[in-house]
Design a protein around this ligand. Structure first.
Ligand code: ZN
Length: 169
């Protein structure tokens, strides 16, 4: 969907509850990557706007790419700017563990994206290429989906801010 930031709501909430274990950047990257497809087809004005990336298979691939890509960038940054990117608590974890965390966050981002978009957009075919159609569309009204996502994001933001302020003291 073009309203990509709404997808960040659940990610913010998970981040606020799990802390450094959860790679919010990988989660966000997966969501952005999937919606590049919509942007492209909007730009070329060719319907449907939601195609291959908007399936569970596409979402998983995007999640893997986003997770691996974010991990690679983080490792590179830590090597190029060791002082600035010391990432203290994360650095204690082993590299395979960090890669696993990053990919897990990417996959959660990709899969939640497909699920949420399949509720709102009838043209999404979540089980492509195995099955056509979308039985989830319209199960919940679009407004309720957007509102819930906004509330989740706000809640996550509040918890995060509160923890940040508490830790700062
Ligand atoms: Zn989308």
């Amino acid at each position: 969907m073009p309203f990509t930031p709404f997808h960040f709501g659940p990610g913010l909430l998970i981040k606020s509850l799990t802390g450094r274990m959860f790679w919010l950047t990988s989660f966000v990257a997966a969501n952005v990557l999937i919606d590049v497809e919509v942007l492209y087809y909007l730009w070329t004005r060719s319907r449907p706007f939601h195609r291959y990336a908007h399936s569970y298979l596409g979402g998983m691939v995007a999640g893997l790419l986003a997770g691996a890509g974010t991990f690679a960038v983080a490792m590179l940054a830590a090597r190029v700017w060791p002082r600035r990117w010391s990432i203290p608590p994360k650095a204690k974890s082993s590299k395979p563990m960090l890669l696993f965390q990053s990919i897990a966050a990417g996959l959660i981002g990709g899969l939640t994206h497909i699920f949420l978009d399949s509720l709102v957009h009838a043209e999404v075919e979540p089980f492509w290429p195995f099955a056509a159609g979308n039985e989830f569309a319209g199960l919940v009204s679009g407004r309720i989906v957007y509102l819930s996502l906004a509330i989740l994001g706000l809640l996550g933001g509040c918890i995060w801010l509160q923890e940040y302020l508490a830790a700062d003291r």
